[in-house]
Design a binder for this molecule. Structure first.
Ligand code: SAM
Length: 270
């Protein structure tokens, strides 16, 4: 049994605000994963590695310009200390300039021994850290946050729920949105009727095959309406192609009827 199997995946966040992580470790699935030794977590204060009475971690940028830059020495020392604690962990710098985090990257990271997540602040970190001290640069989206802590939490959260044994059943992660390049089907719970809207009858039928088919179809419809780009790149199953063909026939029927007697026919199709 390797270290990861024995002690769980190791997440170390390097930050000047370690206390931001406390409420994050305390709740829900992350808390449960820690209690079950599926993950180990720590947030290490970069200031502990800064020199001098004031433990300064930032300085003015060379060449002028606004804002401050995170100094390389405390960052390098913090990364070295974290690497000593977790030598097999991947060192990831959170930056809006990194490769975009998505479900594929989350799956890739979930198979690593651990992650050391370096959280920037101010105008970011000294460039020499990017060159010599990290394995990967990751962005959680095309917008700029004030710091990398929230990005680190997003990654820890998304990766943790992919670790086997974390969710109720393997099922839950497999059926989630993006797992098969489609969005998850529509979900309902009690009450059966809510403000005039009823739960689809088929979900109450007890016919598991019909429910599976209905879920596949709603999943495809939602993806087509909300994220058609996902379908463009997906390898469709035979059943999914059949569902799409059936829609084409239905849509053609509607267009045909319109051209014969609907509003389109009246206006001459203009
Ligand atoms: N001046 C930097 C730039 O334009 O690339 C942005 C610095 S940002 C204000 C401060 C820190 O927040 C970054 O060093 C990074 O750690 C974090 N951060 C901001 N946006 C992020 C994003 N989209 N993904 C990951 N980390 C981000």
């Amino acid at each position: 049994m390797d270290n990861r199997q024995k002690k769980g995946m190791n997440f170390i966040a390097l930050t000047i605000f370690p206390e931001m992580f406390n409420p994050f470790w305390e709740h829900g699935i992350i808390r449960r994963a820690i209690d079950r030794n599926k993950i180990r977590v720590s947030a290490i204060d970069i200031r502990n590695f800064a020199e001098g009475k004031h433990r300064v971690t930032d300085d003015r940028p060379y060449g002028g310009g606004c804002g401050m830059v995170m100094k390389p020495e405390p960052l390098a020392a913090a990364i070295r200390a974290a690497t000593q604690k977790a030598p097999l962990s991947k060192k990831i710098l959170l930056t809006p300039q990194g490769r975009r985090f998505d479900s594929g990257v989350a799956h890739e990271l979930s198979s690593s021994d651990g992650l050391i997540l370096i959280c920037g602040r101010y105008e970011g970190v000294d460039e020499r850290i990017c060159h010599d001290f990290i394995d990967d640069e990751i962005s959680i989206g095309d917008y700029v946050l004030t710091g990398g802590e929230l990005a680190a939490m997003v990654i820890i959260d998304a990766v943790t729920r992919l670790i086997p044994g974390i969710l109720g059943g393997k099922e839950s992660a497999e059926k989630d949105s993006f797992s098969g390049s489609v969005l998850e089907y529509a979900q309902y719970t009690r009450p059966r009727s809510f403000e005039g809207h009823n739960v689809p009858e088929i979900l109450l039928s007890g016919d598991h095959q019909k429910i599976e088919n209905w879920r596949l179809e709603t999943s495809l419809i939602r993806t087509f309406l909300k994220r058609p780009d996902l379908l463009e790149n997906k390898a469709l199953s035979k059943q999914e192609i059949e569902i799409l063909k059936k829609w084409c026939v239905d849509i053609e029927k509607i267009i045909h009827n319109q051209s014969l007697s609907g509003p389109g026919a009246l206006s001459g199709g203009q």
